[in-house]
Write a new protein. Structure first.
Length: 74
């Protein structure tokens, strides 16, 4: 299986990507899958960010083994 966008908002999105992907690979995929349009582009919502509501930065996907969900902000 490959990466996919699982949620899109105006200034955020969630992606489901292979566990072994680097942050750079995640950001490259995000930019190609959903053009950001802001000066700084997409960035990963980091551990401890209140918007994660206590969830980890890389949350295991319940439907796809070997994949994680990552939130990104514009």
């Amino acid at each position: 299986m490959t990466a996919e966008v699982t949620m899109r908002g105006v200034l955020d999105m969630q992606v489901c990507v292979p566990t072994e992907w680097t942050d750079e690979q995640v950001l490259t995929f995000a930019s190609r899958a959903n053009y950001c349009g802001t000066t700084n582009g997409w960035f990963i919502r980091r551990e401890g960010n209140p918007a994660l509501l206590g969830d980890p930065e890389r949350a295991s996907c319940q439907d796809r083994a070997g994949h994680v969900h990552i939130m990104l902000d514009a």
